[in-house]
Structures are given as structure tokens and as C-alpha cells.
Design a protein. Structure first.
Length: 132
């Protein structure tokens, strides 16, 4: 694992660059259904029948409710698949971004940022700071 600050900062700007290059994105996941249904006498029950579908739909949660969207054309489906894939890339990158930032925070030396007034106050209170 990289722990040197300059290397971590390089890694961070690389992740930020990738996030900046992301295209259209949307949350949700696309599921595929199809095959045989439960309707007696349906053509899909016959041997050699390819069954139904495949049907693709996008589901996502909005305010706790699952919303489903279907696609009129294969082109619309492909567009949505790319948008969802882009969102997953974003999720992954933003997680990496948080992780590298946490490592940067640990690697960054503590600078004396206290103002004079704050230092006076600390002296007066006489409390010892707890290092970690
Ligand atoms: Zn059927």
C-alpha cells in the first residue's frame, strides 16, 4: 500500500480526473427476465419453445419505493445499460477517492494551525491534549 504523501496525492488527482471524464449516469440496476411462465397451455410450455423474453427492466429505489422502467427498443436498452455502468464506475471511483483521502489525512503531518488566542485559552484551561 502506498503511504507516501506525494504518491497518494498523485493517485487522488488520477481518480478525480477519471470522475471528471464520466459520461451520463443513472442509478439503478437492469435485470433480465424471461423463460417459461406459469400460464397453463402457454406456448412457452411446449418442448423446443424459446420461451418469453428476454425482458429487460431497470429498477431503482426512489424514496424507499422500487420504480421499474422498461425499454421500448434495444437501442434504448443499450443506452440505459451504458448509463447504469457509468454510475457503477462513479460509485467505485468515489469509494476509491474517499479511501485515498483517508490515507492522505493520515499521512499529512499536523501543522500548527492554532491561533494565539486559542493557545492562550489552552494554557489557561491547563488541560493536556490527548495526542491521539
Ligand atoms: Zn408463457
Amino acid at each position: 500500500m502506498i503511504t507516501a504523501l506525494p504518491a497518494l496525492e498523485t493517485e487522488r488527482s488520477e481518480i478525480q480526473r477519471k470522475i471528471g471524464q464520466l459520461g451520463d449516469m443513472r442509478s439503478g440496476s437492469i435485470t433480465t427476465t424471461g423463460g417459461r411462465c406459469g400460464t397453463p397451455g402457454c406456448h412457452c410450455r411446449k418442448d423446443g419453445d424459446p420461451g418469453h423474453g428476454p425482458f429487460h427492466r431497470l429498477t431503482r429505489k426512489i424514496g424507499g419505493k422500487t420504480v421499474t422502467e422498461t425499454f421500448a427498443t434495444p437501442v434504448a436498452l443499450r443506452k440505459a445499460q451504458q448509463e447504469v455502468a457509468e454510475f457503477h464506475r462513479f460509485r467505485e471511483l468515489s469509494q476509491n477517492l474517499v479511501e485515498v483521502n483517508e490515507r492522505i489525512c493520515r499521512a499529512r503531518p499536523v501543522e500548527d494551525t492554532l491561533t494565539l488566542q486559542e493557545k492562550k485559552r489552552r494554557k489557561r484551561s491547563g488541560r493536556k491534549s490527548n495526542g491521539k
